[in-house]
Design a protein around this ligand. Structure first.
Ligand code: ADP
Length: 409
């Protein structure tokens, strides 16, 4: 395919990363290093680079005379290879914050679409009904978030204004991300999920620029839900941080949330954190993530519902799901996913070894169960200490109630 044809196709679909990667390789082959660098940078803004793309990125930087930056990437690739881990692993903040951005223009040229439309992800659509249990959380969210967002006039009549963000917090794997996606669905809004890997850049000022680009993208796609996953990593408490880099990012984040000189109407700010105590306090002030909602581990009823849903379309023996759910003390939804995956592997292993097909049985589930430690345990222990020693601080009252109700306090 000719370069012009590739550029035309990319103008139609800026998310065709395979094609963009090919274009970058083509530019590199012809020695157009600056253009190759620009294409790889555009991919990097949308998703983590593959090992091959990272290697090309390093070559571009080296060819353009930025040896140190190239070495840093090559070294991280070598370490990754050694550890046999996925590509895209974060590079230490302290190291990256010292690196100056090469004086290359990474601003997309006009043929490469400045405002990138959001891809519709029909397959990953999540509704409230897909979330098992958490009925109180769902009720609160409907009254405090969805209704004011979709019917602002009614709420305004009663002196209640829509707006302000929400922080969903709790142990990992208990449905915070699912809830955020379901809120976007209920609000008929676009969903932009933002994680630390989308923001953290290796050059000085790059993280702030990435963050600003995300807000611009949201403003160009209203109504929209911006979901900041792992808010503690994106907005780590400045009082606990020794990194100047982290502080400038938090300052920029606060400016963007406050919408100074910009219009944040019709954008709903949601965030999630497993460690809300590490989130900068300024983030929790009115107008920002002032409402905090605790998302607890699933109760017995929710665990039964999760098991039923996830086993529904599998060849499974008839067994007592309620009794099994009763054994899943402190299991998160994600732990239950893991349990089922392991049990499935046992069945497949049996079938591969014997050539004899059989259903998944209670015995498979029990065997898989013996190797799983519930992942909410550590979190609940930390929360218990926090509640115990936080004195009159009522921030985590919902956690306190949960711990008391479950005999943990
Ligand atoms: P979190 O954001 O709290 O870490 P997620 O929302 O990403 O957790 O949930 C991880 C996975 O666990 C989900 O993809 C889902 O399969 C399962 N899960 C967690 N909670 C629930 C729930 N209440 N109902 C159904 N599935 C759940």
């Amino acid at each position: 395919m000719q370069v012009m044809e590739m550029l035309e196709k990319l103008a139609d679909n800026p998310f065709d990363h395979v094609l963009r990667s090919q274009l970058a390789s083509h530019y590199a082959e012809t020695g157009a290093w600056e253009k190759a660098h620009k294409q790889i940078t555009l991919i990097k803004k949308q998703r983590p680079l593959s090992a091959q793309e990272l290697s090309l990125f390093a070559t571009c930087l080296r060819e353009l005379g930025f040896e140190d930056e190239a070495d840093l990437i090559s070294n991280s690739l070598e370490v990754e290879e050694e550890l046999d881990q996925d590509s895209g692993e974060e590079i230490e903040e302290a190291t990256v914050s010292q690196i100056e951005r090469p004086s290359l223009s990474i601003v997309p040229s006009s043929e490469e679409a400045v405002v990138v439309p959001i891809q519709s992800e029909a397959r990953s659509r999540i509704r409230f009904s897909d979330i098992a249990g958490l009925n109180d959380v769902k009720k609160t969210i409907r009254m405090q978030i969805i209704e004011p967002f979709t019917n602002p006039e009614i709420f305004e009549k009663f002196g209640k204004k829509a707006g302000g963000g929400v922080l969903l917090y709790g142990p990992p794997g208990c449905g915070k991300t699912m809830i955020a996606r379901a809120i976007a669905d209920e609000c008929h809004a676009e969903f932009i999920a933002i994680g630390i890997s989308d923001i953290l850049g290796i050059y000085h000022g790059e993280s702030e620029q990435n963050l600003n680009a995300m807000f611009d993208k949201a403003r160009a796609n209203k109504p929209c839900v911006m979901f900041f996953d792992e808010l503690d990593a994106l907005a780590f408490a400045r009082s606990k941080s020794s990194s100047v880099h982290g502080r400038t990012l938090v300052n920029e984040f606060l400016n963007q949330l406050d919408g100074v000189g910009r219009n944040n109407d019709d954008i709903l700010f949601l965030s999630a954190s497993n460690m809300p105590w590490d989130v900068d306090v300024a983030m929790k002030r009115p107008g920002r993530f002032s409402r905090q909602i605790f998302v607890p581990p699933p109760d017995l009823e929710a665990k039964i519902a999760i098991l039923q849903r996830k086993l529904r379309n599998l060849p499974v023996d008839d067994f007592d799901i309620t009794a099994l759910a009763g054994k899943l003390k402190l299991f998160s939804g994600a732990d239950i996913d893991g349990l089922i995956e392991q049990a499935k592997e046992l069945v497949l292993q049996y079938i591969m070894e014997t050539g004899e097909e059989r259903n998944l049985t209670l015995n498979d589930m029990q065997l898989a169960l013996s190797g799983i430690v519930p992942s909410t345990e550590d979190w609940l222990q930390t929360a218990k200490n926090l509640v115990k020693y936080s004195g009159s601080d009522r921030s985590y009252q919902a956690v306190q109630l949960y711990l008391k109700k479950n005999g943990m306090l």
